[in-house]
Design a protein around this ligand. Structure first.
Ligand SMILES: NC(=O)c1ccc[n+]([C@@H]2O[C@H](COP(=O)([O-])OP(=O)(O)OC[C@H]3O[C@@H](n4cnc5c(N)ncnc54)[C@H](O)[C@@H]3O)[C@@H](O)[C@H]2O)c1
Length: 114
C-alpha cells in the first residue's frame, strides 16, 4: 500500500492519472494537491468524493512549509508531480509564474522530501 501525493491533480494529465490510479490501486492513499489555477478543474475528480482513500488539498507547491507539513501528516512515500504552468504562450506576458511554479515549486517538492 502506497501513500501518494499527486500535485496538479485537477489538471489535464493529473486528473486522468488520479482516476486511473484510484481504479487500479484502490488500496493506495491518494492526496491531491492543486492550486486550482485557470487550468485546474476540481469537477474532474467529482467521482472520487466520498472515497475514504482520496483527499483534496487546495495549495501551492511553492509553499514549502505547507508541503513539508502535508508530507509529514499524510506519511507520503511517493510524489507524482504534474503541477505546472503548462500553457507556454502565457509565459510571454507573465514569465514569473512559470519560474515560481515550474522551477521553485519543483525544487520545493524535492527538498521538502529530505
Ligand atoms: N498535456 C500534455 O499533452 C502533456 C504532455 C507531456 C507532458 N506534459 C506535462 O505534464 C504536466 C501537466 O500537464 P497538464 O497538461 O496536465 O497541465 P494543466 O495546465 O492542465 O494542469 C496543471 C495543473 O497544475 C495546477 N497548478 C499550477 N500551478 C500550481 C502550483 N503553483 N501549485 C499547485 N498546483 C498548481 C493547475 O491548477 C492545474 O490543475 C506539465 O509538466 C506538462 O508539461 C503534458
Amino acid at each position: 500500500m502506497a501513500n501518494l501525493l499527486v500535485t496538479g491533480g485537477t489538471g489535464f494529465i493529473g486528473a486522468n492519472f488520479v482516476q486511473y490510479w484510484a481504479r487500479q490501486y484502490p488500496q493506495d492513499r491518494l492526496v491531491v494537491l492543486d492550486a486550482l489555477t485557470y487550468a485546474g478543474n476540481l469537477a474532474s475528480l467529482q467521482s472520487l468524493s466520498g472515497n475514504d482513500q482520496y483527499r483534496f488539498v487546495k495549495g501551492d507547491i511553492v509553499d514549502r512549509d505547507a508541503i513539508e507539513a502535508l508530507l509529514r501528516e499524510e506519511k507520503i512515500d511517493t510524489i507524482v508531480h504534474f503541477a505546472a504552468e503548462s500553457h507556454v504562450d502565457r509565459s510571454i506576458s507573465g514569465p514569473a509564474t512559470f519560474i515560481d511554479t515550474n522551477i521553485v515549486g519543483t525544487h520545493s517538492l524535492y527538498t521538502g522530501r529530505s
